[in-house]
Write a protein that binds this ligand. Structure first.
Ligand code: 4AD
Ligand code: MG
Length: 441
């Protein structure tokens, strides 16, 4: 007997096959009974007809319970009404292992249960449910799309270290780690500084890995451990990487629409909103974004914002409401951005940077900039920020030995997936989220 995965059933119509999985649900309609079996690759309706089955097999219906491991045999039938398009006409059923206790997550719409904390306590089991399954498959597609995108443009993958002695995005969000005679090092906030070295060696590079921020922000958008993809390109200007960012986001959206439609439907995602994500993205400056906020304030919206501040999630949401696709905001005040950004030669109070804000209130998904490439100017900024100069001497070397303009950005994977999947919180789009109050399971 051929043992097959549910996602491949389409190749076996009319054949008898074996599926190995778990009982997801069951229901009875008199002489016909239905099992919903999941095997990780999909969910399958299995039909038990009393007259087709030996009584001891048919009676297993009463015994089998949620999340028992089961081995099912049956004939594959095409059925438009069945979820997934196919169903299995059962010929045999074996319970491989029974649950030892009642499954702790109720089968009926676990996502609607108000006690989300309880679900996260059982995250190792919760990921078996339909919506979590769909979300994690969308994440997988996003991650694969990212790698395909950069490979097709001949970027070299360049893996920066995770233990680092210095900060990139400010010293207040560093996670210290004891490190032998060194005393303390930190978990990386971003591989950017190392990627800049990589770009000078390999031209176009990108990294893709976990990054860490000791941010006590308890928002829908913050994790302490999250995944970032960071391209860095030699000779590129702000304009160049804005175009790269735009192409990347459009490509990711296209791929999810192409390969994860079923999953979007399971999540009740409004697909038309994603279909609107096309080039070109609107581009506005920080000053223009502030004007939008002031206009909305005059219309009576509750906005507490002063010129010169960074946008918080409320402000980002108000700005993004004007657009049906991501908006790119450039030229933020120098004082609210990191030391490595290059000031705008036309207005040195601003920097050559871009934040990409997702629609529908999902906030900043990308932060990027042109880097300061002048040795003296960079040294001055490191001193102004009171950063330990000796830790940055290697980074300054990049400006000493053949310095060139260069730019890059970081795209947050969880923010992007949360937006595409329509998730209410980034912690639902990573297998095991890390937040200030959660490091288990
Ligand atoms: O804007 P950020 O801080 O930029 C950098 O780290 C640059 N060094 C990247 C670069 O130019 N190479 O972070 C980039 C993105 C944000 O836009 C956001 O999507 C995500 O990373 N991000 C977070 N995601 C989840 N939780 C957090 N605490 C995040 N902080 C940033
Ligand atoms: Mg940012």
């Amino acid at each position: 007997m051929k043992r097959v995965w549910i996602e491949d059933l389409g190749n076996f119509v009319g054949e008898e096959v074996e599926i190995r999985g778990w009982l997801f649900n069951k229901r009875s309609a008199g002489k016909v009974r239905f099992l919903i079996v999941r095997d990780g690759t999909g969910f399958l309706q299995v039909v038990m007809v009393k007259s087709d089955l030996p009584p001891e097999v048919f009676n297993l219906y009463d015994e089998v319970t949620y999340e028992d491991a089961v081995v099912v045999r049956g004939v594959v039938r095409k059925d438009k009404r069945a979820p997934g398009g196919y169903e299995l006409q059962m010929t045999d059923l074996k319970i491989h292992s029974k649950v030892l206790e009642t499954y702790p997550i109720p089968k009926v719409r676990p996502e609607n249960i108000p006690d989300i904390g309880k679900l996260f306590k059982f995250r190792h089991l919760w990921i078996r449910s339909r919506k979590q399954w769909a979300t994690l498959r969308i994440r997988d597609e996003v991650e694969r799309a990212i790698q395909d995108f950069f490979a097709s443009r001949k970027f070299v993958r360049f893996d920066p270290p995770i233990f680092t002695p210095s900060s990139v995005e400010g010293t207040t969000t560093l996670f210290p780690v004891p490190y032998f005679e060194e005393g303390e090092v930190y978990l990386t906030q971003s591989g950017q500084l190392y990627l800049e070295a990589g770009a000078m060696a390999l031209g176009k590079v990108y990294s893709f890995g976990p990054t860490f921020r000791a941010e006590k922000s308890r928002t829908r958008r913050h994790l302490t451990e999250f995944w970032m993809v960071e391209p860095e390109v030699a000779w590129a200007t702000l304009e160049d990487i804005m175009e790269l960012a735009e192409d990347l986001v459009v490509y990711i959206v296209e791929r999810v629409l192409e390969n994860r439609r079923t999953e979007l439907e399971i999540l009740n995602r409004d697909i038309s909103k994603l279909e609107a994500v096309k080039k070109p993205f609107p581009r506005i400056t920080y000053d223009e974004a502030v004007r939008i906020l002031m206009e909305e304030k005059e219309k009576g919206r509750d906005i507490d914002f002063r010129y010169g501040e960074d946008f918080g999630s409320d402000e980002e949401t108000v700005i993004s409401e004007r657009y049906d696709r991501p908006v790119m905001i450039t030229h933020y005040p120098r004082t609210i951005k990191p030391f490595y950004m290059k000031p705008d030669p036309d207005d040195p109070t601003k920097v050559l940077c871009v934040d990409v804000i997702a629609p529908e209130g999902y906030g900043e998904i990308i932060g990027g900039s042109q880097r300061e490439d002048d040795y003296e100017a960079l040294l001055r900024r490191i001193r102004e920020e009171n950063l330990p100069e000796e830790e940055y001497s290697w980074y300054l070397d990049l400006r000493k030995y053949g310095s060139v303009p260069h730019s890059g950005f970081g795209l947050g994977v969880e923010r992007t997936v949360a937006w595409l999947a329509g998730a209410s919180h980034v912690r639902e789009v990573i297998p095991f989220a890390r937040t200030p109050d959660r490091v288990r399971p």
